[in-house]
Design a protein. Sequence first.
Length: 262
Amino acid sequence: MTVGRLRRHIDTSKPHPARVYDYFLGGKDHYPVDIEMAEQLAAGAQRGAQINREFMHRAVAWTAREGIDQYLDIGTGIPTEPNLHQVVQEILPASRIVYTDNDPIVLRHAEARLVSGPRGATDYLEADVRRPEEILEHARALLDFSRPVVLSLIALMHFVPDEDDPYGITRTLVDTLSSGSVLIVSHGTADFLDPEQASKVTGTYRKGGISLCPRTRAEVERFFEGTDLVDPGLVRAPEWYRDTAAPEREESGFYVGVARVR
């Protein structure tokens, strides 16, 4: 089962993080303005996006093997296979997934690419994480919040500046989850860049009209307040794994963590 919402006009005059990410992952759903931004970013940004995606695959597969069959994925990005629902439904075919993004191009492709297996269900909503109540209201039509849900915030919150209260947004979402739910976060950092490199990255996004807020390890850890991080804790993306072989050790500009909701 797959359902959706009407979509608004796609603005191709300005870059969008979802389309830049699509370019990095080798997709085809981006525009020259997105390519221009991507190619101005620091060396290694493309591989960094791929490493982040690989972390998502490992994390959601682990939660599915733990028996959780409901997922709320906010900041979905343009579908690039394997998508989250494909990973988890390979393990739990009846899993139910709600996808959310604020770029209408994501929803344009959702009907073709975010299609559930016959035993499960997917839904998708065009909405902004800054309106968490709207997202939760829609998600309740498919997800049962009295049972555990995986909340996935992958490469998203570093686009939410402090003035928009990213910690409060995350708390609103997590407070809705029942005990035994799981929070998955990946977040960009400048901890491993020199000041000139960090300025180049944030400046490139700013010129494109996008706020980028890389945060320190301590600042990223705040997103997990009130939850219990599972081993190996808050680490760089290639360092997170649970029940698979260790990934290749590579440089990464993302802190990642997976935590259980109390």
